[in-house]
Write a protein that binds this ligand. Sequence first.
Ligand code: DC
Length: 214
Amino acid sequence: MERYNIAIDGPSAAGKSTISKCLAKKLDMTHLDTGAMYRCLALKAIRLHISQQDEEALLDCLKKTGILLKGEQVFMDGEDVSQAIRNPEVSSAASNVSKWAKVRQEMVARQQVLAKEKGFIMDGRDIGTVVLPDAKLKIFLVASVEARAQRRFLEDKLKNPSLTLEEVRRSIAERDRQDETRLASPLVQAKDAKRIDCSDMSIEEVVDKVCSYL
Ligand code: DC
């Protein structure tokens, strides 16, 4: 059977992880959430009081940090941080640490080693453009800020009842701005990627659409 990789990129909260998980199950492939790797570095920087503006210190920290993606579980230096990396403080810090070129280089090198065997669905921001330029299929998944804010609000409201829709909308818009305007590998659609706007689509519809390109 032919083995290949699929790249799924797009802005925050567009549903990349959800779609990637469903696709991985359907196609019997392995999902790798590269955002979780930036989140691990962000969490460690917060814990160790490393400045998110200090590229060298962040790189040094990353080089000493073991990150393991195992199914949907995320381990940092052997600790299961699957929950800890999802809090809003870490989301914003992940966007900050991911703007540094040296940090990105190290992350990309690790991701390319992981995907060498093929059979991976990797989601992130630079997968189709930088990490897996030869992926068999590249998807650029987008949705309106409003649709993304609504979905994220419904998820996060359970954990944080005082959260407002406006706060979520602002945080998503700010992360978009940061991810799209950074100098190192900004979020852009690869020339050969298929763009899917999933604002008004169900998960099944998006999965079917992706599969129709295979
Ligand atoms: O996909 P996510 O929200 O978990 O990603 C967290 C942050 O990491 C996000 O602000 C952008 C950054 N990121 C990146 O720059 N490149 C990737 N391949 C994945 C994530």
